[in-house]
Design a protein. Structure first.
Length: 119
């Protein structure tokens, strides 16, 4: 028994396996990082503007994106202290973005697969 087109389909799946992690995911992660970055800056408590101004997006690898707040007092704003109530801004930014992040990644993967598979 011979399956017609099996080699073509296998080649398309192999191409998709290479393209999705190399192209679709990094692109979607960039967009997701910008989304969280924007929300974190909106939510950051402002006194001098330093905290808000230092929030940034970093790419440690193609499969990762970090939104960071390097101001030394960021943790105290986020978590609070025994003398000061918390003013969370990083975690809420991520939590509020979760659904959109899932949509961004899902859409990027599906669009890339459709392109590679010729759908």
């Amino acid at each position: 028994m011979t399956v017609t087109g099996a080699e073509t389909i296998a080649a398309k799946f192999a191409a998709a396996a290479a393209v999705v992690p190399a192209v679709a995911v990094p692109s979607a992660l960039d967009k997701a990082g910008l989304l969280v970055l924007s929300r974190a800056k909106q939510k950051a408590p402002v006194d001098t503007g330093n905290l808000r101004g230092l929030i940034a997006k970093e790419r440690p690898s193609p499969a990762e994106v970090d939104v960071v707040s390097p101001a030394e007092y960021s943790i105290y704003q986020e978590m609070g202290t025994y003398k000061m109530a918390a003013h969370p801004f990083m975690r809420p930014a991520l939590d509020e973005s979760q659904g959109q992040i899932e949509e961004l990644i899902g859409h990027a993967v599906i669009t890339t697969l459709e392109g590679v598979m010729g759908v």
